[in-house]
Design a protein around this ligand. Structure first.
Ligand SMILES: [Zn+2]
Length: 284
């Protein structure tokens, strides 16, 4: 374990982007499923920590100290990967109680058009494009750079398509453990989480002329279960006709997203008043 003061801080020392977060990246052994290395950076102070050998328990204690005062944890695939491994290695870590923001999950919303982002692989699991293997601190820098780009892109989407970001804010913050995502979208929109009524109205405006409203209403009633999958479906619909493809990891982790797009656009409903279905599916 060492404090790395000089390496790879080009992505984190820009004065205009210093969120009060701890950004981290673990490297886990394929064979033993244990943490071999990790890197972490406080984006607000640029304090850094790397663990490459020695006592993992001691390194995780240092990581917990580095997280003190952070508003949230940031990582790429941190929800499905890093957090479970940290919890398994040391379930008493205080940092596990912090809100979380996952750049992998934000990416299809921030960059719905192919190829999403130059730092993210399009295929397989949406991993970061590593410039060099076995340097978790570099991956931390890439994650922070990606997060800055995502923040800027979503702020721009909020300016041009506020209904879309309103819907995403509502849909991605329904499950437990979404405090970090809620704070993120609250900052992007300059508004607290929308009410059910505000979100429903926004989604109806988004779907009008682009999808079946009957299936849309059913999806809204089932928003609790759909959550991120519905958000990804709206992202896809927002660029439908362009060169967008749903990322393979989304199809894998959120299979309902693709199924919902199909229902919204291709499955005729029985409502005589549904403009989309009567126009799209009844033509003979
Ligand atoms: Zn319909």
């Amino acid at each position: 374990m060492s404090r790395a003061g000089q390496a790879s801080d080009d992505a984190v020392d820009r004065p205009t982007f210093a969120p009060r977060c701890l950004c981290l990246d673990l490297e886990v052994g394929i064979d033993d499923d244990r943490i071999h290395r990790f890197g972490a950076v406080r984006a607000d102070t640029n304090a850094q920590l790397t663990h490459k050998s020695g006592s993992l328990a001691a390194a995780l204690e240092s990581l917990d100290r580095l997280a003190e005062g952070a508003a949230f944890l940031l990582g790429h695939n941190i929800v499905a990967f890093d957090l479970p491994h940290l919890a398994a290695a040391s379930p008493g870590l205080k940092l596990l109680e912090l809100p979380v923001v996952d750049t992998l999950r934000l990416n299809p919303l921030a960059f719905p058009r192919n190829p999403y982002h130059h730092l993210v692989k399009h295929y397989q699991d949406g991993q970061l494009k590593r410039v060099q293997v076995n340097d978790p601190l570099l991956d931390v820098g890439l994650t922070l750079e990606l997060f800055r780009d995502q923040s800027e892109s979503l702020a721009e989407t909020h300016r041009t398509h506020p209904d879309l970001v309103c819907a995403w804010h509502w849909l991605t913050t329904r499950e437990a453990g979404s405090a970090g995502t809620n704070s993120f979208f609250t900052k992007v929109r300059g508004a607290v989480r929308p009410t059910d009524g505000e979100a429903h109205a926004a989604i109806e405006r988004l779907l009008a002329g682009h999808a079946c409203m009957t299936h849309g209403e059913a999806a809204m009633a089932n928003a609790e279960a759909l959550g991120w999958a519905f958000a990804y479906a709206l992202a896809w619909l927002s660029v439908a006709g362009g060169n967008s493809v749903m990322p393979p990891w989304v199809r894998h982790q959120f299979p309902e997203a693709g199924a919902l797009v199909k229902r919204l656009r291709e499955v005729a409903c029985a409502d005589a008043g549904c403009a989309w279905c009567r126009e799209r599916h009844d033509a003979s």
